[in-house]
Design a protein around this ligand. Structure first.
Ligand SMILES: Cc1ncc(C[n+]2csc(CCOP(=O)(O)OP(=O)(O)O)c2C)c(N)n1
Ligand code: SF4
Ligand SMILES: [Mg+2]
Length: 277
């Protein structure tokens, strides 16, 4: 039933239409992720003037530019560092990072670990399409084993990173994963992540139809999105036994939640205690 006190979600209220047509390829999963994020922002009633979107470099990073809010398109791998400074300087802002698997786990991997460790109240949306989409489809830390990319012409032989386990291990207060096919569930997960007072790491299983799907004969966007459903499930968690570190049947939804102290609050408390001494 529609909430009578609030207007229904209309994506045009949240995007910069003057920048259209957008650059994304037809069927790119990043567009669905953007819709889910904006829907969550709408449902949470977040004031656009209080919303800061910080993004890195990549097709994922470019998504931020289309959002009608305070947007910061930063350098490759560094959106979490910019976001950390911004949130400490302006704790009144709702700071949301949009990053890619390459941006967040490869060049920016070190910054991710420390953002999780600090547990500052930032929401990090990592759009995982298993490749460096923007630069033509190189291998990334999440590329499925044996898949072809421009830098793995014989098939990928590197183990796959489980970013959610990494984030949990490094101390993130909230960790979750969802596929774009389940857009309402994705929206709900993003809402919970934003509402959580601490660092929220959200992995969105996206798809790069153009330079990754095509190279691996994964079909068009509908086939790619549907295949996520069989690989990512909300009721199971595990690795295929004979493929070490190869995530399959990986769990979706909220994977971890803790009430570790939020960094800025803990920092403020430390200062208050010192002044009292
Ligand atoms: C310091 C630096 N190194 C490399 C690049 C080139 N570069 C731009 S985007 C990108 C990878 C993006 O991949 P990902 O984060 O997965 O985003 P996607 O395009 O897949 O959404 C790279 C290597 C750069 N811009 N800056
Ligand atoms: S190259 Fe891939 S990730 Fe980039 S816009 Fe096209 S489909 Fe999306
Ligand atoms: Mg990518």
């Amino acid at each position: 039933m529609l909430n009578k006190t609030k207007a229904a979600f209309e994506i045009r209220d949240y995007i910069r239409e003057d920048l259209f047509p957008h650059f994304m390829c037809p069927g790119c999963g990043h567009g669905i992720a953007m819709r889910a994020l904006l829907w969550a922002i709408h449902d949470l009633n977040i004031d656009k003037d209080k919303l800061a979107i910080v993004s890195g470099i990549g097709c994922s990073g470019r998504v931020g530019a289309y959002i009608d809010a305070n947007t910061f398109h930063t350098t490759h791998g560094r959106p979490l560092t910019f976001a950390t400074g911004l949130k400490l300087a302006r704790p009144d802002l709702q700071v949301i990072v949009i990053t890619g698997d390459g941006d967040c786990l490869a060049i920016g991997g070190n910054h991710l670990i420390h953002a999780c460790r600090r547990n500052l109240d930032i929401t990090c949306l990592m759009l995982n399409n298993e490749t460096y989409g923007m630069t033509g489809g190189q291998v990334s830390p999440t590329t499925t084993r044996d898949r072809y990319t421009t830098t793995t012409p014989e098939g990928n032989y590197e183990p796959v990173f489980d970013a959610c386990e990494l984030a949990q291990g490094a101390g993130a207060g909230f960790v979750g994963r969802e596929i774009t096919l389940q857009t309402p569930s994705l929206k709900s997960l993003i809402q919970q992540g934003i509402a959580h007072p601490g660092f929220s790491f959200l992995e969105v299983i996206s798809d790069c139809t153009e330079v990754y799907g095509r190279k691996n004969d994964l079909g068009e966007s509908p086939q790619m999105v549907l295949s996520q459903k069989s690989e990512f499930r909300s009721d199971s968690y595990g690795m295929i036994a004979d493929e070490v570190f190869q995530p399959r049947n990986v769990k979706t939804g909220v994977l971890h939640k803790s009430d570790r102290p939020e960094y800025a609050e803990a920092y403020q408390q430390r200062i208050t205690d010192r002044v009292k001494k």
